[in-house]
Design a protein around this ligand. Structure first.
Ligand code: DGY
Length: 318
């Protein structure tokens, strides 16, 4: 069977590009620039599949305009809020993503954010510019041992964060649409109502998918349920958070702090976060390790090749 020709929409790490080139006749976006929808559609002319897609909105209009040669879409991400899955299904257009392979990397980032806020890293780094020396008062943070981590969204990533938090002697609680089986809970306390979770936890981790139900979840009303010593961590998607509400809570010390890897309107995130000493902010690096990036490429290649050969793929979304 002949090789597929694919269009790779984003500049990939060299080792991923090598894996792609070994599997497909690939046209790479070598510019490093983010392509517009129109540029992507043009690049797809005569191609069998799209590879990449983070930053490319694949909405119903995009699906309608896809060249007839295109047989599959692969998004180099586990999140698929930028893809209209219903529209893809309606078109009979298969979509593949990168589940499982970045779980450990993202969970590590959640711990980094948790500890970064608890130990006041933003203020500590700033202080090093003119440090006058150790004092008992200097930047007293919060010990996480014995505290309760509340995880909103107890899927693969949420549970992987729980595994790490247990090693830090934290208690685990969670909220999700349904209660999980005891083997997956491993003693975690279930709150059906997320507001209850928020009232009972010290560290709230947002690890849910971005869906119409979760968008804007962290609003003023829900933040008001949290303890004044609480920490919020977002490794999910920016749109889970109402920025005005969170910034108000941070600037008025209604909570201790927030660790954020994802933002509304990336990369043009709300600049007020940059001025808040109790915000520890990262540029969406949750899945950015060499190990995860390589595996993300491999699983996407596997999914597209399996589909091409008429075989099932574990990472097919539509
Ligand atoms: C993911 O894989 O969803 C990462 O957040 C990159 O978008």
């Amino acid at each position: 069977m002949s090789r597929w020709s694919i269009f790779v929409t984003a500049k990939m790490p060299d080792y991923v590009e090598r894996d792609i080139a070994a599997a497909f006749d690939a046209t790479f976006n070598t510019t490093g620039e983010k392509l517009t929808q129109e540029q992507v559609l043009k690049g797809l002319e005569g191609k069998d599949a799209l590879f990449g897609g983070v930053g490319v909105k694949m909405d119903a209009a995009f699906m309608d305009k896809l060249p007839s040669s295109v047989k599959a879409l692969g998004t180099y991400s586990v999140g698929f809020d930028h893809v209209d899955i219903a529209a893809a299904k309606a078109k009979g257009m298969p979509v593949f993503n990168t589940p499982d392979v970045l779980t450990d990397t993202v969970a590590e980032c959640a711990m980094l954010l948790t500890l970064g806020v608890a130990r006041r890293v933003t203020e500590s780094v700033a202080l090093m510019a003119d440090w006058k020396g150790w004092t008992p008062l200097q930047l007293n943070g919060m010990e996480v041992a014995g505290k309760t981590m509340g995880i909103f969204g107890f899927g693969r990533i949420g549970r992987a964060i729980a595994d790490r938090a247990r090693a830090f002697k934290m208690n685990i609680a969670y909220s999700d649409m349904n209660k999980f089986s005891p083997d997956l809970e491993q003693g975690a306390i279930y709150y059906k109502d997320p507001a209850e979770l928020m009232a009972h936890c010290d560290i709230l981790i947002l690890a849910c998918n971005s869906t119409p139900e979760t968008r804007g979840f962290l609003n003023r009303e829900r933040l008001a349920k949290m303890r004044p010593t609480a920490i919020v961590v977002n490794i999910a998607r920016g749109d889970i958070v109402n920025d005005d509400a969170l910034i108000e809570a941070l600037s008025q010390n209604k909570i201790m702090g927030a660790g954020l890897d994802v933002f509304n309107n990336e990369p043009n995130f709300d600049p007020r976060y940059k001025t808040l000493p109790n915000a520890f902010i990262l540029p969406h690096i949750g899945s950015s390790t060499v190990e995860a990036r390589r595996r993300m490429g491999q699983i996407l290649i596997e999914g597209l090749l399996a589909f091409k050969d008429g075989k099932p793929a574990r990472n097919r979304l539509a």
